[in-house]
Design a protein around this ligand. Sequence first.
Ligand code: HEM
Length: 198
Amino acid sequence: MHSVKLESILLTVAILAPVEIFAQSLETVPPGFIISGNQIIDPAKGSKVRFWWGYNETDPSELFFVVSARAKGYVGIGFNNRGGMKGADMVLGWITSNGTVIFEDRFGNTDFSAPVVDKEQNVKLEMAKENATHTMFAWTRPAKTSDTSGQDLQINNEMIEVLWAYTDEDPVGAPVMHTERGHMQLNLVEKHPTLGKP
Ligand code: HEM
C-alpha cells in the first residue's frame, strides 16, 4: 500500500516538473547577461506570468528582459508611468504552430486598442520558446533608445508600471484583445551598475 502511494507521488512530480521548470528557470538564457531581479507580475491571477530583468555584462547600457507566461497565444510586456495602455512602450510576440516567431516593438496609442508597431524598432529578440503550456521570450534594448518619437520609455532609476497581457490562442491576423492583462510597479534598474546609482 505504501509503495503504491509513493509511486503515485513520483508520477505527479514527473508530470508537473517540466511545466514548473519552463516557467521559472532561465537555463536557455544566452551567456553574458546578468539577471538583477525577477517577479511574478500577476500575483492576483494565479502566477501565470513571470518576468526577469537585467543587463548585458560587458555593455550595461543594454538591458535584458525575459517573460514566461502560462499561455500559448501572444505575450506582451509594456512600460509606462500610468498602468493603462495609452503611452505604453510595449513588446508583443507570439510563436505560431509552425514555429514562426513574431516579436515587435509596439506602442499604445490608446487605452483600448491594439498597440501599433513602432516606426523605429529598438528591441532585439534573444530567445523564443514555446512548449505545451508556456511561451517565453528574451530580448534586449538600450536603456536609453534612439527613438525620439515618444514611442519608447527611457528607463531610469525609478518605479515604473510594467504592463503584461496574454492570449490563450495565437492571433489570427492582427492581434486582438487579451485573455488576461494587468500591471504592477517595478524599478528595473535599481541594481544596475551605473543606472542604479543615485
Ligand atoms: C493586442 C491588442 C490589444 C487590444 C485590442 C487591447 C484592448 C484593451 C481594452 C479594450 C482594454 C480595456 C478593457 C480592460 O480593461 O480589459 C485594455 C486594457 C488593458 N490592456 Fe490591452 N489591448 C491589447 C493589447 C495589450 C497589450 C499587448 C498589453 C500589455 C503589454 C495590454 C495591457 C493592458 C492593460 C494593463 C490593461 C488594463 C489597464 C488598466 O488597468 O486600466 N494590452 N486593453
